[in-house]
Design a binder for this molecule. Structure first.
Ligand SMILES: Cc1cc2nc3c(=O)[nH]c(=O)nc-3n(C[C@H](O)[C@H](O)[C@H](O)COP(=O)(O)OP(=O)(O)OC[C@H]3O[C@@H](n4cnc5c(N)ncnc54)[C@H](O)[C@@H]3O)c2cc1C
Length: 354
């Protein structure tokens, strides 16, 4: 069976890897259009969620990433855990209770305990929550590693313009001609709606720009993802710090960025610099990218339109790449279990029809 996967970000790469593992012949097509994966914060978590079903999918996402890492120990994925102090007092306790009720591993720590875990951080709060199972990835590198290790064939720099096939898919159309396919998976992030329109499928997306600020390398060492009232922060392997321009960046619903890049960097440094003990922090890079967020904020995972067409488009696609890859590959190959089908049942593309 020949499967064409449209999109070479972390989602398309994970789907391709899971498909080839099960014996499918896979061709990945990537246009080179900006990928959210390359600009992502890369936090793998289930502490951000919309409802219980979404939390469950994300928690399964963490487990699927561990399976991926067991199979491919060299992919840039790890599980350092996250320390959360977006709120204090009753609000922190309420969040802990909410997560505990969902059986999510969470522990409340006092300042001295947090300081032991993060000795380089100044101005720690009285209390923080520890999510010790959460992870981080370098999503751009995970994507290229997965495609390379999958053995899938790759077509780069070619834009897919549509899909052919009335009852069943037969090909994807590209700007330089068709590629024959028995099955097609559209995992093209913000590029997906234009492709799906060619077969009459509407996929409304939100406009959700996201800005990250990277610092010059620091000598301080951070061990966890830090979720502060100002924004999220983590350290990259080269010693640089990566910080989100807003608090709770995964839930940010701004449609436009209204500050200049330098104003954003200055605002982030105003909280970040005093946090790092005994050294001056300077900004290095400001990155703007658009998160692929379907209109209701939830993932799109499932089949739609002509027989053999599957869609996987979502925000928090780093958290969800491994589980969406497992389930989509199984759906394409007709081997999905009842448990897998139930997990993604709320996320079918047909919910936007009519
Ligand atoms: C600033 C920012 C911070 C984020 N932080 C997090 C986080 O901490 N945790 C988390 O889980 N998620 C986070 N996300 C979201 C996450 O990064 C995305 O959901 C994920 O990267 C989406 O991956 P993808 O492969 O679906 O899409 P993309 O990475 O956007 O890849 C889409 C691919 O499709 C290709 N393409 C597009 N159109 C076409 C076409 N017509 N023909 C051929 N190819 C095409 C592109 O070239 C690209 O290869 C963040 C996103 C941003 C922008």
């Amino acid at each position: 069976m020949r499967v064409v996967v449209v999109g070479a970000g972390i989602m398309g790469a994970s789907i391709a890897w899971h498909l080839t593992r099960s014996g499918a012949e896979v061709i990945v097509v990537g246009s080179g259009a900006p990928a959210a994966s390359a600009a992502s914060f890369g936090w793998i978590n289930a502490s951000f969620f919309h409802d219980a079903a979404h939390h469950r999918l994300r928690a399964e996402g963490l487990s699927a990433h561990r399976r991926l890492l067991d199979a491919l120990p060299d992919v840039p994925l790890s599980f350092p855990g996250a320390l959360w102090w977006e709120a204090q007092g009753a609000d922190l306790q309420a969040f802990k209770d909410q997560l505990s009720a969902l059986d999510y591993p969470v522990a409340a720590l006092q300042r001295a305990e947090v300081q032991t875990l993060e000795p380089a951080i100044a101005g720690l709060p009285e209390e923080a929550l520890l999510f010790h199972t959460e992870g981080v990835a370098d999503p751009g590198r995970v994507a290229s590693d997965l495609i390379r290790q999958s053995g899938a064939k790759m077509i780069r720099g070619v834009r897919v313009t549509g899909i052919t096939g009335a009852r069943s898919v037969t090909a994807v159309e590209t700007e330089i001609g068709p590629i024959a396919a028995d099955k097609v998976v559209v995992a093209a992030g913000n590029g997906a709606p234009d492709i799906l329109r060619s077969v009459g499928i509407t996929l409304p997306m939100l406009r959700r720009p996201g800005v990250m600020v990277m610092t010059k390398p620091v000598t301080a060492r951070l061990s966890h993802t830090l979720v502060t009232p100002h924004g999220e922060l983590r350290q990259l392997p080269d010693g640089r710090l990566m910080a989100s321009a807003v608090a709770n960046h995964q839930g940010d619903d701004s449609e436009d960025v209204i500050e200049t890049p330098e104003a954003i960097a200055a605002r982030v440094l105003a909280w970040l610099d005093p946090m790092i003990r005994d050294e001056r922090v300077e900004w290095d890079e400001v990155t703007l990218a658009h998160r692929p967020v379907p209109q209701d904020g939830l993932p799109v995972i499932g089949s739609a339109g002509p027989e053999g067409l599957h869609v996987a488009v979502m925000h928090s696609g780093v958290t969800l790449a491994a589980i969406a890859g497992e389930v989509t590959a199984a759906q394409v190959l007709g081997t999905a279990t009842n448990a897998q089908m139930a997990l993604v049942a709320p996320y079918g593309p047909e919910r936007f029809v009519g």
